[in-house]
Ligand binder design. Structure first.
Ligand code: ADP
Length: 475
């Protein structure tokens, strides 16, 4: 009734006929109940009449009905009854009534405008959502689908109706269900937050397709109270990434053998030349050896990443003395720098059940980073604290630091902080990704606390024996 398109679609004579007949009808009703409501409330019912006429026909018919009802009130209900007259008292009544009517008419105009804007916005948002290439599904926290966009057909092959009636459980891969459930249950605890998960889904043609799904928790959002799933088919991208990963895996594997044998020859040569009296040759060979070490570590990182991606990262677990292992790493790395002092602060030497080699790889990576990212030298503090069920190791430097927005991202694959000062540091952004994966797989936690320009503290917390302790990470 209040929408401007509905008003515009009505014929003008119908609107004015309504503006004439409704005041008449109201007057007939009022005359019939005259004894009850007559004198004291001459304008009751007429306000409602004006509002209804304006809502039905717009401003023009609204004004007409206000004038008519004013005249009817004067004729039938303002004393002297049954005749037109305009005493001072009536004039004031009449003036106040008309003012109030105009106020109501302009208010109803505002309602119409608001409804027009609302409709425009709704049309715009609906067009955006219904034409989006991403499928959008809104579901209540009980799993009822409240809305599904037409793009479902493009992404999964199902019509909206078919999708609503699917038993979703059987459309997910069994080995992915636990991971997805756990990620989703974390999201349910964080209203307003969103996560992006990549998973497989059985489409209408009975093929497994890869879906990238961004889920937003709007359960606390007024008027929404639901989860929004925004998903797209990324099968092509995933297959290409797989091909690329396979290529990198084969290439790095093939590189490893010749490089290892070059390194062996270089060491034999170094041993031979060290006995001679040509210090220049020894120096050159030492430099070559240093570069080979870098190359081998790079190949090692690339191989680790391909193992992580392929789910093939193996762990050899045993009991080992944690602080002894850390001490060995610190001593080894002290030889690589003359500008930094590696200070070790140890409480005790707890036994840890886990993969010693992999943990020493993590600690070596954290200390090498501390050295690399504090170019103007200084102390690097490595500290071990024993807690009730876990050991905590911190590596503190006073170097370039990491801004808050980058502190989560640096653990992503290939992520390097960009900015003019960072281009001077060599690296490919794999060390922390591998370290985090190792620590997670050992049921521990790895995180950073840092202030840009002041330095960073990388922390590792590990259970003494993950077989008996609760997991520290979120996996
Ligand atoms: P890489 O050092 O090869 O770039 P990493 O995965 O080890 O890769 O580190 C990722 C990024 O995190 C680095 O590029 C750097 O920007 C940042 N970073 C890591 N350690 C530190 C540190 N101790 N101080 C400041 N920035 C660091």
């Amino acid at each position: 009734m209040w929408s401007d398109t509905a008003i515009a679609n009505r014929k003008w004579y119908i609107k004015y006929l309504f503006a004439l007949s409704l005041p008449l009808l109201a007057t007939i009703i009022k005359l019939n109940f005259y004894k009850v409501i007559g004198d004291d409330t001459p304008f009751v019912l007429y306000f409602g009449t004006v509002i209804l006429v304006t809502g039905f026909g717009g401003v023009g018919p609204g004004i007409l009905s206000a004038i008519l009802t004013g005249l009817f009130a004067d004729y039938y209900f303002l004393k002297p009854i049954d005749g037109f007259s305009l005493t001072a008292d009536q004039g004031i009544h009449y003036f106040i009534y008309m003012t109030e009517c105009f106020f109501l008419i302009s208010l109803s105009g505002a309602v119409t405008r608001a409804s027009r804007n609302l409709r425009k916005r709704e049309v715009r948002f609906r067009a955006m959502i219904e034409n989006s290439q991403d499928a959008i599904v809104v579901a209540s926290k009980y799993g009822t689908i409240l809305y599904a966009s037409p793009a479902i057909q493009k992404v999964l092959g199902y019509s909206i109706e078919e999708f609503r009636n699917l038993s979703l459980e059987s459309h997910f891969q069994t080995d992915e269900k636990d991971r997805l459930k756990s990620e989703f249950s974390h999201l349910t605890a964080r209203p307003g937050d969103s996560i992006t998960v990549v998973h497989q889904f059985l489409n209408k043609d009975e093929n497994w397709v890869w879906i990238e799904n961004t889920i937003t928790n709007l359960v606390d959002y007024p008027g929404m109270k639901a989860f929004v799933f925004n998903f797209r088919n990324v099968t092509e991208r995933i297959l290409l990434e797989r091909q690329k990963d396979d290529f990198v895996a084969v290439a790095t594997h093939e590189l490893k053998t010749p490089v290892t044998s070059i390194k062996a020859y270089a060491q034999i040569l170094l041993a031979k030349l060290s006995k001679g009296n040509n210090p220049d040759n020894v120096k050159m060979l030492e430099k070559m050896n240093g570069q080979l070490n870098k190359l081998i570590s790079l190949i090692g990182d690339m191989l680790d990443v391909t193992k992580i991606e392929g789910g093939r990262l193996q762990f050899q677990e045993e009991n080992y003395p944690f602080s002894t292992m850390v001490k060995e790493v610190v001593e080894d790395l002290q030889h690589t720098t003359e500008d930094h002092d590696l200070l070790l602060e140890i409480d005790e030497n707890p036994q840890i059940f886990g993969d010693k080699e992999r943990m020493s790889q993590v600690i070596s990576n954290l200390i090498s980073n501390a050295i690399k990212y504090s170019p103007s030298s200084g102390n690097i503090l490595v500290k071990i604290e024993c807690h009730e069920k876990s050991v905590k190791l911190t590596v503190q430097d006073y170097g370039v630091g990491i801004s808050e927005e980058n502190q989560e991202k640096i653990f992503d694959r290939f992520y390097r902080v960009s900015g003019p000062e960072n281009y001077t540091f060599p690296g490919i952004g794999l060390g922390l990704y591998i370290s985090k994966e190792i620590v997670n797989r050992q049921f521990g936690k790895l995180w950073v606390e840092s202030t840009k320009g002041e330095g960073s503290v990388f922390c590792v917390e590990l259970p003494y024996d993950h077989r008996r302790a609760p997991k520290l990470n979120n996996r």
